[in-house]
Ligand binder design. Structure first.
Ligand SMILES: NC(=O)c1ccc[n+]([C@@H]2O[C@H](COP(=O)([O-])OP(=O)(O)OC[C@H]3O[C@@H](n4cnc5c(N)ncnc54)[C@H](O)[C@@H]3O)[C@@H](O)[C@H]2O)c1
Length: 339
């Protein structure tokens, strides 16, 4: 068992995005002795509303770019850890325009690693199971920490590249780093471009939901709060230099999730349109979280997907002012791609 690490002051990059803001709120609620500096560029995916209302003496927002070397040089010293969520995160966007993905996901990670190396600051890297490529639908295997990297999309290849940098900076320079690779997240505050919020907000807008491919692609769903608690467990109790996979045994194919949403919102199960598939679309992701569970004793709390989904639908119903401004532009982008 690793020694426990007890940070009192952390930087959370991408803390105005979907998962980063959940982590900030989770830390504020569960660890009263910790102060958080959020570093976020506020791209189209970042919204300061996501962390509004948190106590000002606990959470400070710095608007800036993780690629900005001078900014990091001023900001990183004096913090105990950097927890790195910031990324360009949407596969479909990476296919349309990969350059911001290379910049933020690869160069940004390099800059943060260099800053943590210079000031001996603990670093946790938030990554995705998509670095492992995909599994066949009938393959009994799940991803483990030993699975070879085989990314398919510009998004997952830039995340894979960033993971490699972290491993090298730990091994070569002794940066005190850990990595987590998590499965697909759902919950409140997720951008309307992503699969579940897109379907929910389409129905709320009176638009028929859209399903791409044959609907059989399998994702392994985890509630974002469970992702947050897992990242904290790894940051504070994980072994430096190690990778931990985060998943909550939530495998479901897309058509099942869409039918769950339709049913929960009182619509007929076939009330959706088929659209053109994503090029290179991964078939199935599945995480074996044994290492995280046995070594760190982590357990997910949201184990009932249907009730987590109901609560998420309710959240979108009650927060139209939060998602409405992004909806039209997002659907226009999908329409231009035939999706
Ligand atoms: N969404 C998922 O299902 C999922 C699953 C596994 C891992 N992840 C990883 O979790 C992390 C967070 O994902 P998310 O879904 O919350 O993403 P998101 O797109 O909702 O948020 C990304 C945040 O990063 C900020 N950002 C982008 N570029 C930046 C830059 N150059 N400098 C500073 N800030 C910048 C954005 O403004 C935004 O607030 C990512 O690293 C992603 O790869 C996501």
């Amino acid at each position: 068992m690793a020694e426990t690490f007890e940070p009192t002051s952390i930087i959370v990059t991408g803390g105005c995005g979907f998962i980063g803001s959940n982590f900030v709120r989770w830390v504020v609620e569960n660890h009263p002795g910790v102060r958080v500096t959020v570093l976020d560029k506020l791209t189209y995916a970042g919204n300061p509303e996501n962390i509004a209302g948190l106590p000002e003496d606990r959470v400070r927002l710095v608007v800036g770019d993780i690629c900005d070397e001078a900014l990091l040089e001023g900001l990183v010293p004096g913090h105990d850890a950097v927890v790195h969520f910031a990324a360009e995160s949407h596969n479909d966007n990476s296919i349309a325009d990969p350059e911001p993905f290379v910049r933020t996901n690869v160069v940004g990670t390099y800059r943060l690693l260099e800053a943590c190396r210079a000031h001996d600051v603990r670093y946790h890297h938030v990554s995705t199971d998509e670095v492992y490529g995909d599994l066949a639908l009938d393959d009994p295997a799940r991803f483990t920490e030993e699975t070879p990297y085989r990314p398919s999309s510009p998004y997952s290849s830039t995340k894979a590249s960033s993971d490699m940098l972290v491993r090298a900076w730990h091994r070569t320079y002794g940066v005190r780093a850990t990595i987590s690779n998590c499965s697909n997240n759902y919950g409140p505050y997720q951008h309307v471009e992503k699969f579940i919020p897109r379907q929910i907000t389409n129905i709320l807008c009176g638009i028929r939901p859209k399903l791409y491919g044959d609907g059989k692609n399998v994702r392994d769903w985890i509630h974002t709060e469970d992702h947050s608690s897992a990242v904290w467990a790894i940051l504070t109790r994980g072994r430096v230099g190690e990778t931990y996979l985060i998943g909550a045994d939530g495998e479901r194919d897309n058509i099942t999730v869409l039918r769950d949403v339709l049913r929960a919102m009182g619509r007929p199960e076939d009330d959706f349109d088929w659209v053109r598939d994503r090029p290179g679309h991964d078939r199935r992701y599945a995480i074996d979280p044994t290492k995280l569970r046995t070594e760190l004793g982590w357990e997910p709390r949201h184990t009932d997907f249907e009730s987590g989904l109901m609560a998420t639908i309710e959240w979108y119903r009650e927060h139209e002012a939060w998602w409405r401004p992004a909806k039209e532009a997002t659907e226009a982008r999908y329409a231009a791609q035939g999706q």
